[in-house]
Structures are given as structure tokens and as C-alpha cells.
Design a protein around this ligand. Structure first.
Ligand SMILES: [Fe+2]
Length: 283
């Protein structure tokens, strides 16, 4: 296996491994340590069926079934642990997957639950060339470069993470729109988190409907806007320009991701697994 570290603040490419085959302990350890260090790993030219994608993902933890989607559909009844990310509709006009073709703003996945997923794995089955790139941002690096003024303003603060909307901004089934963010439904997490290695990171989840507890709404909005401006700087980012056969895995608790919009007439199909978070977020 060959690891090539990307030039930005996050991510590395791994060559020389076929993820459709069972992996030995040495290969799994190599992936785990590289992933821990670089937070995002990409493997190109893979050919996986759903069983193989699930087997590979399970080397890194228990799988987490997808959260509720706006359509109330189980997209892969034979593999309920795998989510489908797609804009494609079947002949009857029913979506085969989640999240459409629009832009998905910066977010981490399912931070609105008490134990958010540890990681995500995306496998590109069909992708339009040059569109719908996915960007990843290193929240350990972003935390380490916060100025002292912002650091002092977030010290000890807790953030409400919105459960009502998905990352494309669509209302999830069973939720209602709210206008007062102090009433946002969803988990509360410390705004600065520490991982098992003692690394500290900003943990922002997503911007819409977020609220920093104990502050006036205006003050919370201003502070969140300042934090999001900081983390959105390109120096913390790397983007994957998708090719069919790409597998990209990221540490969900230390990394934000977002997706560019793409042509609605293009077809984009990805299968995605999620590694369950077994513990609360720790300050
Ligand atoms: Fe996501």
C-alpha cells in the first residue's frame, strides 16, 4: 500500500489495495493509523458490491443505519445499513436516494443525536465529471488557529445541533419548521471537543438553526458566523473531484464536509455507510 498525503491541511490517497477483498490485520492497522492522522482517506478505482462495502466499513466499527429521510423510504431494503446518496428517480418518479442535486452546505453528519457517528464512507458508483465535488475541512487545524478572542468567547459553551433539517436543508419527516433558534430540536454538544488521542477540535455540526446556549440569539448568531467564517477558509480544506470507483472515508467528529451542486440532468449515485458513535462527544 502506498500513502500519498494531499498538499492541504487534510486527507491522503491510498493506492495498492483492493477493498472488495477481505483485509488482513496489517492492512486494517495501516488504514486506521493513516486515517487517524490525515482524517480523510481516498481509495481510487474500486469495484464494490453492497456486501463488500459493508464488510470493509465494519473493520472500523459497528455500522449506523441512515437517519430518517424526507421521503420515508428505505432505499436499500436488503442493506438497511447502507444509505443511497443520489438525485436519480426511478421510472415512477420515486427518488432512489437522498439529498438531490443541490448544494449541501458545510456540516458533519447526524450531530443532532447524542452519540454522533464516528465516521462516514462514500463509494462513488456513478458520478458526473467535474461536478458535485465534496469538500472536507480539518476541524483540529481550524481549532488550533483560532485567535485568543474567539477562543475565549467559546470557552465552555454548548451548541444546539438542529435535528429537523437534512444537510440539503430539507425538513425531515416528523419535524416542523421553527423560527426561534432557542427552540431548535436536537442534541446539545460542547463546541470544542477532545478525541481519544487528546486532540482538540471545533465541533460545529451545521450553521442553519444552530444556537449557542446561554447567549442572546443575536450574540449567538454573531459568534457562530465568526466561527463559520474561520472554518470555511480554504487553507483547512481539501476537495475530492469524484471519479467512478472512488471510496472516501472521513472522521465525522473532527471533519466538516460539503458538496457542490451539480446538473440536475446528470446522474450521480453513491452508496454510503456510517460508523456508529458509541460515546458522547467529550469537551
Ligand atoms: Fe453529509
Amino acid at each position: 500500500m502506498k500513502l500519498t498525503i494531499f498538499s492541504g491541511a487534510i486527507g491522503a490517497n491510498v493506492d495498492g489495495i483492493d477493498l472488495s477483498q477481505p483485509l488482513d490485520a496489517k492492512a486494517i492497522d495501516f488504514i486506521k493509523s493513516s486515517w487517524s492522522e490525515h482524517l480523510v482517506l481516498r481509495f481510487r478505482n474500486q469495484r464494490l458490491n453492497d456486501d463488500e462495502l459493508a464488510r470493509f466499513s465494519k473493520y472500523f466499527g459497528e455500522l449506523d443505519p441512515p437517519g430518517p429521510n424526507p421521503y420515508g423510504i428505505n432505499f436499500l431494503p436488503d442493506h438497511p445499513e447502507i444509505n443511497v446518496i443520489s438525485n436519480v428517480k426511478d421510472e415512477g418518479g420515486t427518488p432512489i436516494g437522498n439529498l438531490g442535486d443541490g448544494e449541501a452546505v458545510w456540516h458533519a453528519d447526524m450531530t443532532y443525536i447524542d452519540n454522533p457517528p464516528e465516521a462516514g464512507v462514500l463509494y462513488a458508483i456513478e458520478v458526473p465529471a467535474g461536478q458535485g465535488d465534496t469538500h472536507f475541512a480539518n476541524m483540529i487545524a481550524a481549532y488550533s488557529e483560532l485567535d485568543s478572542e474567539l477562543l475565549s468567547r467559546i470557552e465552555g459553551k454548548t451548541l444546539i445541533h438542529d435535528a429537523a433539517h437534512n444537510s440539503a436543508g430539507m425538513l425531515r419527516k416528523g419535524y416542523q419548521e421553527i423560527s426561534d433558534v432557542t427552540l431548535t430540536p436536537g442534541a446539545r454538544h460542547p463546541i470544542v471537543v477532545t478525541d481519544a488521542l487528546g486532540r482538540r477540535a471545533l465541533f460545529l455540526g451545521r450553521r442553519p438553526y444552530a444556537y449557542i446556549m446561554g447567549l442572546d440569539v443575536d450574540e449567538s448568531d454573531a459568534l457562530l458566523d465568526a466561527l463559520w467564517k474561520h472554518v470555511s477558509q480554504s487553507k483547512f480544506n481539501w476537495k475530492n473531484e469524484w471519479q467512478k470507483g472512488d471510496v472516501v472515508m472521513w472522521q465525522n467528529r473532527m471533519v466538516l464536509h460539503r458538496r457542490d451542486a451539480f446538473d440536475p440532468a446528470a446522474r450521480r449515485i453513491m452508496h454510503r455507510t456510517q460508523i456508529k458513535g458509541l460515546s458522547p462527544i467529550v469537551a
